[in-house]
Design a protein. Structure first.
Length: 201
């Protein structure tokens, strides 16, 4: 079973999946879905950025190549989930590329639609509600590979767009609430409980 965890920047996806965000390397690692023994596919987007940085100082100076890298990574991650008896969690799904294209005014390649149809994840798709305590602009300043940060208003608006995106593609979408904003450890536990109960782990 292939389960997508998606949402805007600063919604707690990475903390849920691997216990901490990359920007929090010096902080405590929290109980996460990997600790329960599930395989997690991380960095669909960030991995593509690092690949692009090997080709150019600006990883976003060739959006066609960037999108192609993300699509191929997404297909590879999808195909690695071969055992139907296991649960696989994905840090973003292929459809999220449309959100990026719209944000930066890029043309969405035809290949994107083909891949969205060919590589369909299982339902439901879980979209995390944004953390209001998260300061994405400050995180972006500390992370040079980020193109630019989001205000809270932008994150809330993008959250709605992510939910609508998956719904338009025919997915059942479940919004995962913020249970305890400002307490990542407790929020992670409650989100894991919420998702585990929903998919009957």
């Amino acid at each position: 079973m292939r389960i997508v965890i998606d949402g805007t920047a600063g919604c707690g996806k990475t903390t849920f999946l691997q216990g901490k965000a990359d920007e929090d390397s010096m902080k405590e690692k929290y109980l996460n879905i990997q600790d329960l023994g599930h395989e997690v596919f991380l960095e669909l987007i960030r991995g593509a950025i690092y690949i692009r940085k090997k080709k150019s100082k600006d990883p976003f100076d060739d959006w066609d190549d960037f999108f192609d890298i993300v699509l191929e990574r997404g297909a590879d991650f999808y195909n690695q989930a071969r055992d139907e008896s296991l649960l696989y969690f994905y840090d973003r799904g292929i459809p999220y590329l449309k959100i990026m294209a719209l944000r930066y005014g890029c043309t969405i390649p035809k290949k994107y639609y083909e891949y969205c149809e060919r590589y369909r994840y299982d339902c439901p798709v879980f979209v995390f509600e944004p953390l209001k305590s998260y300061d994405d602009l400050k995180r972006q300043q500390a992370n040079p590979i980020r193109k630019r940060g989001y205000t809270l208003e932008e994150r809330l608006a993008q959250h709605k767009k992510v939910m609508l995106l998956y719904e338009e593609l025919g997915y059942e979408v479940v919004e995962v609430p913020v249970f305890v904003d400002g307490d990542p450890a407790e929020n992670n536990k409650l989100r894991m409980k919420y998702i585990s109960e929903y998919i009957k782990l």
